[in-house]
Design a protein around this ligand. Structure first.
Ligand code: HDD
Length: 727
């Protein structure tokens, strides 16, 4: 039997910390099979489900199967016999394949990678992960939407979860954040109400994955503390182009604690290397139909082709004296500390370089818990965080069905662990030996002991005040930072916020809810309130009662704008190149080469999936037939067609949509001269602007790719959008 001691039980390790290698873990990997092997006393040989070529199909008990096509019957025509253990085991297992989906953040996608420290924080924290520059720590990240079910589309207007599990040498640290730095509510006791209101209404069970309905806006308009968050969710932050182009935030104020027990406050930021990028709302709606898996496909594809998504980890570190200067509370999760007041210090980078082996084993079973912190990091008294610390552990038991969910490879620490917890469903790490309690007098054989020096210690904070259910006065300003966010946006971003509010509230059936919502907007920005009221066909209501007047002196913060923090080039983005038979081979090849040189992707769209034969006879296979490759799937498009090809495209509705949508979504469009008939039929030939570039030579192709650096050609929006013209 494989010997196992209390002291040195080591979890599956992929060796990132110790050796820098990146062998796998998670899923039914050799690591897991080792665990099985040890737990089951097999002497170390693996119990992995054999996947190798030529492996014999067996039952779960390992019995070789002779016939997996037919159940066992009495006679050729039945009945089926109860003694068919293979059939019964197979169906029994199938019947139990589903586990409860997450009550929020059900729709998500994960990947493995590592965190690398680039600037030591040893001066402010003893957290092991922040000590040695250059050291890598294995990480698993899961991105998600909040409101939709597991099968809902990726481009719902919604907050995105950004949950990071860091397998440090002193235990797992989970930073369970979002792509928005504030939250709807200040106290965790309101979380079930918020989520009930956002999810489908209980009687009719719709709408799915949308906040554009009465219940959501009813709750929100009765919850003034949510107004800052409302500005963020109505901005393009909630329709990101990719997980790779979102920021992430720890949201709460946490604590860092140094070796001497001194503590400072900290806020965590993840900043994407590709810059901030989002799509347009009308585009999002169409992406959901064209490719409901848009975000997960994007992440998978990027990692598989070696274009590893990357973020910087930044921290804002401050002390009590700094905190006291604000008239809001740093424990209030509806507030930010503007980066202009406290710059973000970059201390590391997060790289995702490996897709999962198995979605269920890893992404579905990963259990993030806000209470998973490590020595050197501590909680603040933020009442939202305090409540979360109960909720996550509880929810994992419900979802994964056993307190032993930490035994699953994706959840197990990579560092040694030793404790006296035992038994329960699916126990895989029961300690060997006689002592399963502490204190004991079995000496060295008695199992693990406390370590006062290395062990986790909570920062000692003095209690304040009486036991009570109270919302502190310092949490009372609900509008000042909402206004600050709004005035920090570029005009086009402000327009999008107005459009989004009008869209969402137009789906609300009760006029009094619409009106109540607008009554809050007056405190944020009167012009916004007027635009939204006009857009709804509503008289401007009286302002809502405000606990505190809005501070209008908070200066704009550039860090809050997507447009001011956008991409620097077309790298990592995708061009949809529509071609036809006879298209100019030199132009097509020059464009493809320029994109490759710019580290960008190119997807060929053609009338037939077999591809198109270019002017020089080269057959270029297509990745999409035109009907399956609408322009909403691309960051920019180009059309290079022969005269005959363009004439055919001009008769094809999907081809016309390809151009009109690209135009309406303010995309850069590259056009060969022959495409004129298509543009005429699509109704945009007269409207071509500086965002539509002719591609008539190799040099044009190169210049076109360089022109693609900005996110969009936003100047066009006032020409193509009725709301913009009204506004
Ligand atoms: Fe939460 C999941 C982020 C408030 C209760 N939450 C969950 C996930 C993310 C967040 C990213 C998905 C993790 C994964 O990918 O598995 N939640 C947040 C943020 C919050 C927040 C940034 C505010 C700052 N959450 C919050 C509150 C509560 C919860 C106030 C309850 C009191 N959240 C949960 C949960 C979930 C969850 C019910 C569902 C699935 C899970 O935990 O594992 O426990």
């Amino acid at each position: 039997m494989a010997k196992e001691t209390h002291q040195t039980r080591t979890a599956p390790s992929n060796g990132v910390q110790s050796s820098g290698s990146s062998s796998t873990s998670g899923g039914l990997t050799p690591d897991l099979s080792d665990s099985f092997a040890e737990a089951q006393g097999s002497g170390g040989e693996t119990h992995q489900v054999a996947q190798a070529d030529g492996a014999v199909l067996t039952t779960a008990q390992g019995v070789p199967v002779a016939d997996d096509q037919n159940s066992l019957k009495q006679g050729a025509r039945g009945p089926t016999l109860l003694e068919d253990f293979h059939f019964r085991e197979k169906i029994f297992h199938f019947d139990h394949e589903r586990i409860p989906e997450r009550v929020v953040h059900a729709r998500g996608y994960g990947a493995h990678g590592y965190f690398e420290l680039t600037d030591s924080l040893a001066d402010v924290t003893r957290a092991d992960i922040f000590q040695r520059v250059g050291e890598k720590t294995e990480a698993f990240v899961r991105f998600s939407t909040v409101a939709g079910s597991k099968g809902s589309p990726d481009l719902a207007r919604d907050v995105r979860g950004f949950a990071v599990k860091l397998y440090t040498k002193e235990g797992n640290w989970d930073l369970v954040g979002n792509n928005i730095p504030v939250f709807f509510i200040q106290d965790a006791i309101k979380f079930p109400d918020l989520i009930h209101a956002a999810k489908p209404a209980p009687d009719r069970a719709f709408p799915q994955a949308q906040t554009a309905h009465d219940n959501f806006w009813d709750f929100i308009s009765l919850t003034p503390e949510s107004m800052h968050m409302v500005m963020w969710i109505m901005s393009d932050r909630t329709i990101p182009r990719s997980f790779r182009t979102m920021e992430g935030f720890g949201v709460h104020t946490f604590r860092l604690v140094d070796a001497d027990g001194r503590s400072s406050f900290v806020k965590f930021h993840w900043k994407p290397k590709l810059g901030l990028q989002s799509v347009a709302w009308n585009e999002a709606v169409k992406i959901n139909g064209a490719d409901p898996d848009f975000h997960r496909r994007d992440l998978w594809t990027a990692i598989e082709k070696g274009d590893f998504p990357e973020w910087e980890l930044g921290v804002q570190i401050f002390d009590q004296e700094f905190a006291d200067k604000f008239d809001f509370d740093i424990l209030d999760a509806t507030k930010i500390i503007p980066e202009e007041l406290l710059p973000v210090r970059v201390v590391g980078r997060l790289v995702l370089d490996r897709v999962v082996d198995n979605f269920f084993a890893e992404t579905e079973q990963v259990a993030f818990c806000t209470q998973n912190i490590v020595p050197g990091i501590d909680f603040s008294n933020d009442p939202l965080l305090q409540g979360r610390n109960f909720s996550y552990l509880d929810t994992q038991l419900k979802r994964l069905g056993s307190p032993n969910f930490t035994h699953l490879p994706i959840n197990a620490p990579r560092c040694p662990f030793a404790h006296f917890q035992q038994d329960g469903h699916m126990a895989m790490h029961n300690p060997a030996g006689r002592a399963n309690y502490e204190p004991n007098s079995w000496g060295a054989a008695g199992g693990p002991r406390e370590d006062p020096a290395r062990g986790f210690r909570s920062h000692a904070t003095a209690p304040e005040g009486d036991k009570s259910r109270i919302r502190p006065e310092s949490f009372a300003d609900h509008y000042s930072q909402a206004r600050q966010f709004f005035v920090s946006q570029t005009p086009i971003e402000q327009k999008h916020i107005g459009d989004a509010l009008v869209f969402e509230l137009s789906k609300v059936e009760r006029p009094d809810i619409r009106s109540r919502m607008v009554s809050h907007l007056i405190h944020i920005d009167e012009s916004l309130a007027t635009t939204v009221a006009d857009g709804l066909g509503l008289a401007l209501p009286d302002p809502a009662e405000a606990a505190r007047p809005t501070r209008t002196d908070l200066p704009p913060s550039d860090a809050l704008s997507i447009a001011k923090n956008g991409p620097q080039s077309f790298a990592g983005r995708k061009l949809g190149l529509l071609i036809t038979d006879g298209a100019d081979a030199d132009l097509v090849k020059a464009l493809m080469a320029a994109l490759e040189a710019a580290d960008a992707m190119c997807e060929i769209v053609a009338p037939r999936i077999g591809g198109a034969t270019l002017s020089d006879g080269t057959l270029i296979p297509a990745q999409q037939k035109i009907d399956g490759g609408p322009s909403v799937l691309y960051d920019a498009v180009a059309i290079i067609a022969s005269a005959q090809g363009a004439a055919m495209l001009a008769m094809d509705a999907p081809a016309k949509d390809f151009v009109t949508d690209a135009f309406a979504h303010c995309k850069f469009i590259g056009l060969s001269t022959e495409t004129e008939p298509l543009l005429v039929k699509a109704g945009i030939a007269e409207d071509l602007d500086d965002g539509c570039l002719a591609i008539t030579s190799k040099a044009d192709a190169q210049a076109f790719v360089e022109a693609l650096a900005p996110l969009r050609f936003w100047a066009r929006e006032s020409q193509v959008d009725l709301d913009a013209m009204n506004g």
